[in-house]
Design a protein around this ligand. Structure first.
Ligand code: NAP
Length: 418
């Protein structure tokens, strides 16, 4: 289709789908949204690294054609104040895969989060966040190497659906009256702000299905359903119930529930089966600090997943390095998980790790594992050489603090040594 402000690259082909399977050409067009604040610095550095890795891994046989699409402040400058132009959504529908830097969201008013809008409009229902430690990265844990989980966070429902009624408004009063008179719900103070938490079988099951499929494809052995079902029985509790139901109905040959293991297999998971277990959300934080090896793939609701992903990221180096992706049935949008860190804008000093590793996930999504591995190894070597950005430098002894751009150059140079 023709775009108003988006410029198509001179070369490159579209990623397509046939019978639900993604077809990736050797020269795919991939989209990028630069992002606000530190977005320019980390996107510029990361694109150099991704391109160098693809070039070195495939000797020129494969190449990415980048196409810039717009959201956030850069979009507002180009599209007369429109922070989220329609043609950005259209480009994702047409080209399927892309990556974005962080976008500004005002707190307590103004426009709705652009990140949430992108996820909802494009129906990117799985937020996927791998959390693993890279050798040398500063961590508060004694054994950070034990942390190796992939979080699947439901991305479209829960309190993030935005069904909220502000205290004192006519809508709020109407809903409060309905709850009291029609449903007998009296257990809240007058004028309480009210929010609705929708959790559906459809939304829960497609997320849990994606988590189980991932575990099968990537040889993972456990899927843990994380929920607060002891308190919120018909939302969080239902999520857990639907998870076990789905595993039983759709993956009977590949999965086994903990109850089945305990009752029929003496507590040992049979070979070749993926264990489906569940845990209450609050205790999950303790488990991931004390016994992280007992978890592998995690499937959870939107708000739990939000808290859990940042907390677990802190165990292996913090949000400056944690990657993420938002994935739907066809469209995948990879993203830095931290914000725009506005005080560091254009200072060429922040850690590009989160965006960089989101790009590594993107390469893996395309099945370009060789390029992805090359980046991970060159990154580890760079950290081993104690060549780091300011955030790691302040946590490491004898580290050399370098700019974002120099850090990228060192990683690219180190690709020849791994
Ligand atoms: P933030 O931008 O993530 O920054 C908080 C702190 O985290 C920074 O001051 C910095 O800590 C550290 N940090 C973040 N990115 C880093 C990096 N690449 N390298 C090293 N350190 C990094 O969070 P915020 O200040 O709460 O949010 C700012 C804006 O970003 C808000 O408008 C918010 O809505 C938005 N936001 C967007 C996204 C997204 O686009 N996905 C996510 C979260 C927030 P030190 O100062 O201690 O070094």
């Amino acid at each position: 289709m023709a775009y108003e402000k988006i410029t198509l690259p001179d070369t490159g082909e579209k990623i397509t789908f046939a019978n639900g399977n993604m077809q990736v050409p050797d020269n795919p067009i991939l989209l990028f949204i630069e992002g606000d604040g530190i977005g320019y610095d980390i996107m510029t550095a990361s694109k150099r690294i991704w391109d160098a890795a693809v070039d070195k891994a495939y000797g020129g046989r494969r190449r990415v054609s980048w196409m810039e699409v717009y959201a956030g402040e850069k979009a507002a400058g180009i599209y007369d104040g429109n922070y989220m132009p329609d043609e950005t959504f259209a480009a994702f529908r047409e080209y399927k895969v892309g990556i974005k830097g962080p976008l500004t969201t005002p707190v307590g008013g103004g426009f709705r989060s652009l990140n949430v809008t992108l996820r909802q409009v494009l129906d990117l229902y799985s937020c996927v966040r791998p959390v693993r430690w890279y050798n040398g990265v500063p961590s508060p844990l004694k054994r950070p190497q034990d942390v190796d989980v992939v979080i699947f966070r439901e991305n479209t429902e829960d309190t993030y659906a935005g069904i909220e009624y502000e205290s004192g408004t006519a809508e709020n009063k109407k809903l409060a009256e309905f709850l009291k008179s029609e449903l007998g719900a009296t257990n809240f103070f007058p004028d309480a702000g009210l929010g609705i938490k929708p959790i559906s079988p459809f939304g829960s099951k497609r997320l849990i299905r994606a988590a189980i499929k991932y575990a099968i494809e990537r040889g993972r052995s456990i899927v843990t359903l994380v929920h607060k079902g002891n308190i919120q029985k018909f939302t969080e509790g239902a999520f857990q119930k639907w998870g076990y139901e789905l595993a039983r109905e759709e993956f009977p040959e590949r999965t086994i529930s903990w109850d089945d293991v305990a009752a029929n297999h003496g507590g040992d998971v049979p070979n070749g089966k993926i264990l489906i277990q569940d845990t209450i959300a609050d205790i999950m934080f303790q488990k991931m600090l004390l016994r992280p090896r007992e978890h592998d793939v995690i499937a959870t609701t939107n708000l739990n997943g939000d808290y859990l992903s940042d907390a677990l990221a802190a165990e292996v180096g913090g949000v400056g390095i944690a990657p993420g992706a938002n994935i739907g049935d066809e469209i995948a949008l990879f993203e830095a998980t931290h914000g725009t860190a506005p005080k560091y804008t254009n200072k060429d000093m922040v850690n590009p790790g989160s965006l960089l590793f989101s790009g590594v996930m993107m390469l893996e999504h395309l099945d370009w594992f060789e390029a992805a591995d090359l980046i991970s190894k060159a990154y580890e070597l760079t950290i081993d050489q104690r060549c780091v950005t300011y955030d790691f430098a302040r946590q490491m002894e004898n580290a050399t603090k370098v700019a974002t751009s120099e850090f990228a150059t060192r990683i690219i140079e180190n690709m020849d040594a791994v």
